[in-house]
Design a protein. Sequence first.
Length: 305
Amino acid sequence: MNARRVVVRAPAKVNLTLAVGARRPDGYHGVDTVLVALTLGDRLTAARRPEPGVLLRVDGPAAAGVPDDGQNLVVRAAEGLLAAAGATGGLVVELEKHVPAGGGLGGGSSDAAAAVLATATLLGLDPDGPRGLALLATLGSDCPFFLAARHTGLARCTGRGERVEPWAGVHIPAWFVLVTPGFGCATARVYQAYRPATAGPPTLSAARLDGLAAQELAGELRNDLLPAARASHPELAACEAWLGALWPGRFHLSGSGSSWFALCATGAEAEALAAALAADGEGRRFGLRGPWVARAAGHGVCLEH
């Protein structure tokens, strides 16, 4: 019997490494990136309804400005899978937003993957089948990660990001402190400013990552998009300078921005860093969202039981 109502967790992500190549003939840049899903995340609830289409309601602390129509990847993902399956009727979906939109934390991509998992479960389909992953690849380069790595929450992604190699059995003992400025970085604008890096591919592997302490892991981090993000968004460079003056070398950019994350060895250290960040009045001029303290989730999108 198919489920009548499901609840799905949709975690945020950060890029531990992001190597970017030259522009491909299809217009995309090739990437080689290691993504880790975090305990910070959204919550999606879905139920069947007899009427066609997807009725979406968005609330939560990060709901401001998030569309509730066909512009939202949740609607596009659910409607796409409903159509592909030839299903009658539609869905009612509630999305509780905690991950800030447009910040490089993958919230929209994770929500899309959560919608595919929820729709597949409600229809009695295999959520790991190729149809859902193919659909997600059309919606965004990060979208397939959250479903393909749903049992690990950690993967190396190549191609334009849609080729996902889940890494299982890897323990990341670090704590993450995340902060997002009040502005986002337009991914297309960042890539337009990007100039291919001279560095080779990243050397981080599953075996090397397993058990790395926070300080050791920090030495492995890499983001080829950082210079382009700085150049294309001067406000990001100003925020980086502020963070760097307070905590030199601690914060790293996720994806194309605008979110930053720092690694800490213990929960107490992470909470202290987050408290100091929240207390610094200078951060108000950047409209900071957060800070949040998170850990590696150990899963991508997953059903909540």
